[in-house]
Design a protein around this ligand. Sequence first.
Ligand code: NI
Length: 264
Amino acid sequence: MDLTTYFKVNFSRYKALAPSVGKIHSLLLDGKKSVKNDHIALRTIDLTHTNKEKCAKFFIEHGYQKSGEYSFEEKKLNAIHLEKAGWPKVFISELILKNFSEELQNTCKEVFNSIPVGLTSIELLHYGRKWNFSHSTYTKVVKESPYAAWCLAIGFCPNHFTIDLNTLDSFSSLEQLNEHLKKEGFLLNQVEGEIKGSPSVLLEQSSTLADRKMISFEEGDFEVPTCYYEFAKRYKGQDGKYFQGFIAQSADKIFESTNSQVKS
Ligand code: NI
């Protein structure tokens, strides 16, 4: 599979999990054929056969380079980002399983051990969720780690795409874009303010709250947070080039777009 196909197929998979995405996408297309993505984000758990390196392999084989490393102590996550000129960056985070309770570790291992060890990277990225999972376990996991609960309920699918605001004609600031989205009825992540970051750190980000969708569990269908849309505005550094990295403090709050308890 080539990168063009990967992004096309995975935008569809992601959009299918979050109905707001298609609506916002059409709203921002503004007569153009496509909007440019700043990055996409993937989530996983750090077991040997599912870790971030395994997810990254497909992109590295297609010319991406590992360009940044991040750690999120409170959420017990590590992340990397990959870059390839002219393509959306790829942000891959993983749950550091050993830092969680034995119960959560066992749940995650039991579920993820159903994923065949011999999958290729792209097979894993497209694996989705093929396992049965109980909603009562989900509600226990979500209290300890909403991130782990997301991985177990949704499986392998992009968590979000992020529109590159610098390439939009109709909006020059995130404030403008956010006001427009709110007027259209979309809910934004308000954790520590709508806009995470600032021009001084060369990156501003905002995001919708994840849509909620009926997902099937052993006991039946239950509504859970799925995916959200993110928006990024980048600024030039002293070298005259647009900053291409991520700000851990901002990303930390963006993760919470999939928390059930996030207030809108
Ligand atoms: Ni992001």
